[in-house]
Unconditional design. Structure first.
Length: 397
C-alpha cells in the first residue's frame, strides 16, 4: 500500500531521496559542524563563568557576534542571539510593544509568517491595534499601499524580506524609507532569503531584523535579532541578564558559533548559490507549467523571487495528499498550506493574493538547495505529472 496512489496505481520510486524543502529547514553543513565541534566537547563552559572554561566560551560568543555583525553591517552589540526566527520575531514585536507601554498601532503585511502575525495579534489582545497590508496579486507588497496604511499612532512597521511560501522578495528598502520619513522603526523578518540575497541591515534600512540558523545550514535552536541602537525593546525573558540584558538564559555557545559560520558561508557563496538555484528552479517551473491544471503562485519575475523557490497549485486537489504521495515516491517537499486535524486549511498567503480556497488548499512548495541537481528536477517533474494525473482521474476532473 505504501507505494500505491490510493491503492490503485503503482508508484515509481526515485532512486534516492530528494530533499526539496529547504525553506522548512536545511541540513547542517560540514563547515558548521566542524566549527561547532570544539564547543560540543572540550570547550563546554558557561559563557558567564569567570574560570578558564567560561572565558573560552565567552570569547567564542564574542567572536561569533563580531563575525555576524561584520557580515550584516552593524555593531556587535546590536545583535542578540536567540533560539531562532520565531523567538526573534516575538522579541522584535512584543518587546517593542512593551517598550511603548502596549499603546499604539502595529502595521505588518498579510503574508508574514505566523510568528509575526500572531505576535501582532497578541499585542492587539492587550490593548494595541494592528493591521496588515495586502500584497498585489503577484505577491509583492506595494510601498505606496504600505505607506497609505501607516497611521498617526503607528509605533512599529514590519515587512518580511522574502515570503516563506511563494518566495516573493519584498521592496524593503523602499518601504523602510517611507516608514522612516514618519519616524517609525522598521522591522524585517529576514529568515528566508539569507544565502540567496545579500542581507545588510543598512542596505535594507531595517531597525530590527530576524534571522534563523537552521534555514542556512546551522542547527535548529539558534537565531539572531538585530536591534539598531536606540530602538526601544523590553526583554521578554527575565533571568541572568545575558545578551546585554535583552535575552536571559545560558548562551547556546556551540549553536552561536555554528550560526556565525553558517552566516559567513551563506554570505560568501550567495552569488554561486543564486546562479545554481536559478537554473534549477527555472527548469522546474518550465516543466511543471506543462502539466495540466498547474498554475504558478506568486511572481514569475526572476529578480522578484527567491531563486530556490517554486510554488504551484493544482486547483481541486488536496495539497497534503500530494505531499504524502510525493513522499512515498522519495521526494520531500511541502504544502504551502497547513493541515489541521486531517483537513487542509487554505494558505493565508495565497488567500491574501486573492486566490480561492480550491487554489489556496492545493499548493506545492518546492524549495531547492545547493545539493539539488538537474536530475532531481527531472524526477520531481515526472513524479508531479504522474501523481496529479492519477489524482485528477480519481476525482473525475
Ligand atoms: N519567519 C519566516 C519567514 C519563516 O519562514 C520561519 C520558519 O519557517 C520563521 C520565521 C520561524 O523561524 P524558526 O523556525 O527559526 O523559529
Amino acid at each position: 500500500m505504501d507505494n500505491m496512489v490510493s491503492g490503485a496505481h503503482p508508484v515509481k520510486q526515485v532512486p534516492h531521496r530528494i530533499y526539496a524543502d529547504h525553506a522548512a529547514t536545511t541540513p547542517v553543513t560540514d563547515s558548521v559542524r566542524a566549527a561547532m565541534e570544539l564547543y560540543l566537547s572540550e570547550c563546554f563552559g558557561n559563557a558567564s563563568a569567570v574560570h578558564r572554561e567560561g572565558r573560552e566560551a565567552s570569547r567564542a560568543v564574542f567572536a561569533a557576534r563580531k563575525r555576524c555583525a561584520d557580515i550584516l553591517g552593524c555593531l556587535p552589540d546590536e545583535l542578540i542571539f536567540t533560539s531562532g526566527g520565531t523567538e526573534s520575531d516575538n522579541l522584535a514585536i512584543k518587546g517593542n510593544a512593551f517598550a511603548h507601554g502596549l499603546r499604539g498601532h502595529i502595521l505588518t503585511t498579510a503574508i508574514e509568517h505566523h510568528a509575526v502575525l500572531n505576535s501582532a495579534r497578541f499585542c492587539s489582545s492587550l490593548g494595541m491595534t494592528s493591521d496588515t497590508v495586502l500584497p498585489e496579486a503577484d505577491g509583492i507588497v506595494s510601498p505606496d499601499a504600505f505607506a497609505a496604511a501607516i497611521r498617526e499612532d503607528t509605533v512599529l512597521c514590519g515587512c518580511m524580506l522574502a515570503n516563506n511560501e511563494i518566495g516573493t522578495i519584498q521592496p524593503i528598502k523602499e518601504i523602510a524609507d517611507t516608514v522612516h520619513r514618519k519616524g517609525i522603526p522598521m522591522f524585517c523578518d529576514a529568515v528566508q532569503g539569507m544565502g540567496q540575497i545579500l542581507v545588510s541591515v543598512s542596505v535594507l534600512g531595517a531597525d530590527l531584523l530576524s534571522l534563523s540558523g537552521h534555514k542556512i545550514g546551522a542547527p535548529k535552536g539558534v537565531g539572531l535579532l538585530y536591534i539598531r541602537r536606540g530602538t526601544p525593546i523590553t526583554p521578554l525573558l527575565d533571568g541572568g541578564g545575558q545578551e546585554m540584558g535583552l535575552r536571559a538564559g545560558t548562551e547556546n555557545v556551540a549553536g552561536i558559533v555554528g550560526m556565525a559560520q553558517a552566516l559567513a558561508d551563506a554570505a560568501a557563496h550567495t552569488a554561486e548559490t543564486t546562479a545554481h538555484l536559478s537554473v534549477l528552479s527555472d527548469a522546474l517551473m518550465s516543466e511543471l507549467i506543462t502539466i495540466p491544471h498547474c498554475v504558478i503562485n506568486g511572481t514569475t519575475e526572476r529578480t522578484k523571487r527567491l531563486p530556490g523557490n517554486v510554488n504551484v497549485s493544482f486547483p481541486g486537489l488536496d495539497a497534503e495528499s500530494m505531499v504524502l504521495h510525493l513522499d512515498r515516491m522519495g521526494i520531500a517537499t511541502s504544502a504551502g498550506s497547513a493541515c489541521t486535524a486531517g483537513k487542509t486549511e487554505p494558505s493565508h498567503v495565497l488567500k491574501a493574493l486573492g486566490h480561492d480556497d480550491r487554489r489556496a488548499t492545493a499548493s506545492l512548495r518546492f524549495t531547492l538547495g545547493y545539493e539539488n541537481t538537474m536530475d532531481d528536477v527531472r524526477a520531481i517533474g515526472a513524479a508531479v505529472r504522474q501523481i496529479t494525473e492519477q489524482l485528477y482521474t480519481m476525482t473525475g476532473m
